[in-house]
Design a protein around this ligand. Structure first.
Ligand code: GYE
Length: 311
């Protein structure tokens, strides 16, 4: 009967889907855009999306997942705030035969506990950022300060690792300070202020590596308030490619960013519909692209394009 229904009604079969989405919160411009795009993609496909904002707390995400399971949703999208501690709730979803798709961050649990993960190569992003610095700093000694993402989150762990790999063997590049800015503008600014104070008003700092653009944008503000020129006195490299970083690139106040698409839901829903309607089992990892942008890439043009993509 199911086969007949999907054969007769085609795309209408998918319109009956109910999907729960446990989102982390709204810490960054990128995160807000991902939420917008997910809602748009659901609407476009006739998917009934149940949205839960966890306000950065894993316990809220676990509660949301249990509530989705109790409601008997057809599938769950999970953007996991941290990497560890998901086994029990993912097992509960598995026992209930509800497929879970991870969005933008990974978990340390066994991969048979979820259907697939739609993410970028988070280590590669860090490597691309580090390579940009290696290539643009040349032979001079360069002290780097690092603003890490949320402690225990897969992007904070992986972006640190990739960056360190890229600068390894270049002894003139050294990370002198590294602290979390929780992926927010406010904390990025605060922590950068403390770095500047501790490092001779910034005179000892050659470059900033921020795990996302929002923290970089907060730090740019701090650098300006300290009387230095971001992008010149202190090089700024970060990740996400949110619209505002293109304004900073255009103004010469940022130097490079690695793009992360906010459209994780498109590939996730494609995989889910193929799985539920046609039994197509997706690969465990659906990888999104990572592209480097610099001041040479017509930043204001990209800014305009970005504004139509959920930002
Ligand atoms: O880069 C950052 C966000 O999980 C990869 O989370 C994502 C990161 C993104 O808050 O801006």
């Amino acid at each position: 009967a199911t086969m007949l229904a999907s054969a007769v009604f085609g795309a209408t079969a998918a319109s009956a889907l109910t999907v729960g989405f446990s989102q982390i919160g709204s810490e960054s411009g990128w995160r807000a855009a991902e939420t917008t795009v997910t809602k748009q993609e659901a609407e476009r496909r006739g998917i009934d999306l149940k949205f839960a904002d966890a306000q950065q707390k894993q316990e809220n995400q676990i509660k949301a997942l249990r509530s989705f399971i109790a409601q008997g949703v057809d599938a769950i999208l999970l953007a996991p705030v941290v990497e560890t501690g998901w086994e029990s709730v993912l097992e509960e979803a598995k026992d209930a035969e509800i497929p879970v798709i991870l969005l933008d961050r990974t978990v340390s649990a066994s991969d048979d506990l979820y259907l697939t993960a739609v993410t970028s190569d988070l280590v590669h992003e860090g490597r691309v950022a580090g390579q940009w610095l290696v290539e643009n700093v040349g032979d001079r000694a360069c002290n780097i300060v690092e603003l890490q993402g949320t402690t225990g989150s897969s992007p904070a762990i992986a972006r640190k690792k990739g960056f360190e790999e890229a600068i390894a063997g270049h002894d003139n590049l050294k990370i002198i300070r590294s602290q979390t800015g929780d992926f927010t503008r406010t904390k990025g600014k605060e922590v950068m202020e403390s770095f500047l104070k501790a490092e001779n008003g910034g005179a000892n700092i050659c470059a900033l590596y921020a795990h996302n653009d929002d923290m970089a944008l907060g730090a740019i503000q701090a650098i300006k308030e300290a009387g230095l020129k971001p992008g010149e006195d202190i090089l700024v490299v970060s990740i996400d490619a949110v619209p505002d970083i293109f304004k900073a690139l255009d103004a010469g106040e940022a130097n490079a960013t690695v793009e992360l698409t906010p459209n994780m839901a498109g590939p996730a829903f494609d995989a889910l519909e193929a799985y539920l309607n046609d039994g197509v089992v997706p690969p465990k990892w659906i990888q999104t692209e990572s592209k480097l942008y610099t001041q040479a890439d017509d930043p204001m043009k990209v800014y305009e394009e970005k504004k139509n993509l959920g930002y």
